[in-house]
Design a protein. Structure first.
Length: 418
């Protein structure tokens, strides 16, 4: 009976495991390819992009080196053999183990400098991640724009087809010229050509996204659902600059470089103070008991020229790191001001297009096409209205792409979401 129960329990476990595998596979299938939102691509890029992963490994390497930066040097084993012939053979064998101890806080300064290098590596890693995020956001905006442009083009194709059919009806009824039919056919052909161009642009944006994610160029991407919202109220450039001081990876790396240079400058100053070496070990003598020897030695800092040169070099490196930080902040300030101005302008253009141009172009297109379909109106006017509607929708998509580009630029500079 117990064996039968065990078999039943094992069978239930196998069924449960199989159900779990099937459900997990179904969940992965339900998830589908990435690309519906920019957030899914950002999460994938953080895990897969080689540049970001390499920057993370650089940080790991710097952290590993920092653990041993303040450690003592290896001890030194010394053997000294002495042999005398004075009335008989007499020899002495000194075996000494010595260790040098840097004094005056030198080990602590070395450790601080190494920790500052770790902070600098973290800043470079953050800068690499922010740069990747910005590239993904911009490429996704292009991918979305061309996807939507294809939808608009299909709508225009439908309108052009209806216009061609109406032209042929009017021509068959003797109410139109053959040139009108040819012109309507040409408009429909232009939409087909435009669709091919837009499809190529969309594939280019998709390939760029896959490259940023370290995926094959033809890897599938989901249809983009939406763009990220633009803040209704944009901050002042001063507040963005404050955020950049604490969030920008390059600023963090330059600040850490200043700390490292300061520690190494102070370490160069301490080079004027001697280090101490202590040691000891057994003394093995011929025909005599084994003794013990001890020694203490101090380094003599007499290489004045080398020490002054090292002090000057570290002082210059500190000044260079400070100037580099000043230059980085100036560049960020100018870039923030430019991106913020462009974002405000693009947002105003989008508002104008949505509130005025789009409704006007839509109303004109519907009215003109309806009139022409009923045998009234001019073909040239109908085509002009169609072009105006098409151009307005494409301009709106370009404006949205500009907004997303400037938003991504600002977020890269401040090191976070706006």
């Amino acid at each position: 009976m117990a064996t039968r129960r065990n078999r039943h329990a094992a069978g239930r476990l196998l069924l449960a495991a199989a159900a779990l595998i099937v459900s997990s596979g179904a969940a992965r299938a339900a998830e589908g390819p990435p690309g519906a939102t920019v957030e899914s691509l950002l999460a994938l890029g953080e895990r897969l992009n080689p540049a970001v992963r390499a920057a993370g490994l650089d940080t790991t390497a710097a952290a590993a080196q920092a653990e041993a930066a303040g450690a003592l040097d290896d001890p030194v084993l010394t053997e000294n053999y002495q042999n005398y012939h004075s009335g008989g053979l007499f020899s002495m064998n000194f075996i000494t183990i010595s260790q040098t101890f840097p004094l005056w806080g030198k080990r602590d300064l070395r450790h601080r400098a190494a920790l500052s290098e770790v902070d600098a590596a973290r800043g470079r890693e953050r800068a690499a991640q922010d740069e990747l995020d910005a590239q993904i956001k911009i490429a996704f905006a292009r991918y979305y724009a061309f996807t939507r442009a294809l939808v608009v083009n299909r709508q225009i194709q439908t309108l052009a087809r209806k216009m061609r059919q109406a032209t042929m009806v009017r021509y068959g009824q003797g109410d139109g010229a053959q040139s009108g039919v040819i012109q309507a056919q040409e408009e429909e052909t232009n939409t087909v050509i435009e669709a091919s161009r837009l499809e190529a642009e969309r594939e280019s944006a998709a390939a760029q996204l896959n490259a940023l994610l370290a995926r094959p160029p033809g890897a599938p991407l989901a249809e983009p659902m939406r763009l990220r919202p633009i803040p209704a109220v944009l901050p002042r450039v001063e507040s963005l600059l404050d955020r950049a001081r604490s969030g920008n990876g390059a600023v963090h790396a330059n600040s850490a470089a200043i700390d490292e240079a300061e520690s190494r400058r102070r370490l160069a100053e301490r080079a004027w103070y001697p280090d101490v070496t202590v040691g000891g070990g057994p003394v093995v003598q011929t025909n005599a008991p084994t003794g013990f020897s001890a020694m203490v030695s101090l380094s003599i800092p007499v290489q004045f020229g080398a020490k002054r040169a090292e002090e000057d070099a570290q002082t210059a490196r500190l000044d260079a790191a400070e100037r580099r930080l000043d230059g980085t902040m100036a560049t960020i300030q100018a870039a923030l001001a430019e991106a913020l101005a462009r974002l405000k302008a693009a947002r105003d253009v989008e508002s104008f297009l949505r509130r005025q141009r789009m409704p006007q172009a839509d109303a004109l297109s519907r009215t003109t096409l309806a009139s022409y379909s009923q045998g009234r109106g001019d073909l040239a006017a109908a085509i002009a209205a169609e072009h105006q509607m098409h151009d307005t929708e494409l301009e709106l998509l370009r404006t949205e792409t500009d907004e997303q580009t400037e938003l991504a630029t600002i977020e890269r500079l401040i090191g976070g979401d706006l």
